[in-house]
Design a binder for this molecule. Structure first.
Ligand SMILES: [Zn+2]
Length: 416
């Protein structure tokens, strides 16, 4: 016993030392590193304002939320941000980071801690601990000769799991097989294109490279194939996201039971169809800023009507498009607020709703961790902070002063 005792004392000493001084090797094995963030304003993904709150991070997770006084003694590593706002890391639900070779660290440094790539090479979920958390739907299921391959890689008529699109022809078995391959490869949702083209102002109607835009209408999948894709995806527990821009594709999507539309449609949709979609509980990913050229009689009209009907909206900005920031997009939030708030004058809850749609609501939909996008005990420690109050000025979110991904700080301008 006497020989063992000094070793125990040494262990105790090193544990204490590591908690105080943070020796990395010992901290990794025995004492999770803690960090306490304190700021004047706090948003947990649902409620704002919450004044003078602190977030205790242990390892890669949020351990506790409470007043600065209550949590002050729980961790010696304190980061007091002062007149700033702590928020969950933002979630981009419609991106093409991999397909367009956008640098992931740039996206993360601009406040987006999670993206869902919706069209592009199929990859399993990656990142989340100091790196951008990247979810992927893989290639978009499409008709032969149709969108998106006809615009992006017209020489490639079949696509594949490493491309922006993958074609299915006429067999339900083939459609089911492709959905199974996507799910097996880690797709977090299944995306399908129902796009006959022709919408004025849509990005897909602008020339890409040297290729002319093919004449519309473009080939569409048959209703039977679309239904087979939706049924198979649902049987595998996957959401179906449809790329839709106009009336024909919209009605096909609603009739087939898709869960989500990847865009606010570019061309005007009839009120009856919009109502059918709302009744069916379809979620609309906004992408209003990148589609702004679709204009007031199409895009804006649809958003406004859906707002009046109480539709469900999720923020999406199309990170990787050249006409939007590759990070948080304040203008997208601004357009969401003004176009989708509903019948009453804009009130503060409408503002908070926009923030929910890019944090907690977006995280719950992705299906990888229900706490993603929320700052509650057990949630991933994906956190951003900005000086001042972003609920009064969305733009400051595009230049966050602090970004933490899975407990690892990747931006901290408060130290300077
Ligand atoms: Zn897109």
């Amino acid at each position: 016993m006497k020989k063992i005792k000094p070793k125990n004392n040494f262990l105790l000493l090193t544990l204490l030392t590591c908690q105080i001084g943070g020796f990395p090797i010992l901290a990794k094995a025995d004492a999770p590193k803690c960090q306490l963030l304190i700021a004047k304003q706090f948003f947990d993904g649902v409620n704002f304002p919450q004044p003078n709150m602190a977030v205790l991070v242990v390892g890669n997770k949020v351990k506790q939320i409470g007043s600065a006084e209550a949590l002050g003694n729980q961790c010696k590593t304190k980061i007091n941000l002062g007149d700033a706002t702590i928020l969950p890391g933002f979630i981009e639900s419609h991106a093409h980071v991999t397909f367009q070779s956008v640098r992931k660290d740039n996206v993360l440094e601009h406040g987006i801690t999670t993206v869902q790539d919706t069209g592009g090479p199929l990859l399993p979920v990656e990142g989340g601990q100091g790196k951008l958390r990247l979810l992927s739907t893989g290639p978009i299921i499409q008709a032969v000769g149709g969108y998106p391959l006809n615009i992006f890689t017209p020489d490639d008529t079949a696509g594949g799991l490493d491309k922006v699109g993958i074609t299915v022809t006429s067999s339900r078995n083939e459609a089911e097989k492709v959905v199974q391959q996507l799910a097996d490869g880690g797709a977090t949702a299944i995306k399908i294109a129902l796009e006959p083209g022709g919408e004025t102002g849509a990005p897909w109607m602008m020339p890409h490279g040297d290729h002319p835009i093919p004449d519309a209408p473009w080939p569409l999948l048959s209703p039977e194939i679309v239904q087979a894709v939706v049924n198979k995806a649902h049987a595998l527990g996957k959401r179906v996201i449809a790329h839709v821009g106009e009336q024909v594709g919209f009605d096909l999507a609603v009739a087939s039971g898709v869960d989500e539309l990847a865009h606010m449609p570019c061309a005007a949709i009839s009120d009856a169809s919009l109502q059918n979609a709302v009744k069916a509980g379809i979620t609309f990913v906004t992408t209003l800023d990148t589609l702004a050229s679709c204009g007031p009689t199409g895009l804006h009209y649809n958003a406004f009507r859906l707002g009046l009907m109480g539709a469900n909206f999720i923020y999406g900005s199309e990170v990787a498009h050249d006409n939007v920031p590759w990070g948080i997009n304040g203008e997208e939030m601004h357009m969401m607020l003004h176009l989708t708030h509903g019948a009453d004058a804009i009130n503060f809850d409408d503002v908070v709703n926009v923030f929910r749609s890019v944090t907690s609501k977006a995280g719950q939909r992705l299906g990888v961790n229900p706490l993603l996008g929320s700052l509650v005990p057990g949630a991933p420690a994906d956190i951003i902070a900005v000086r001042g109050n972003p609920f009064e000025r969305f733009k400051i979110l595009e230049y966050p002063d602090l970004v933490m991904s899975g407990g690892k700080i990747v931006v901290n301008k408060f130290e300077k």
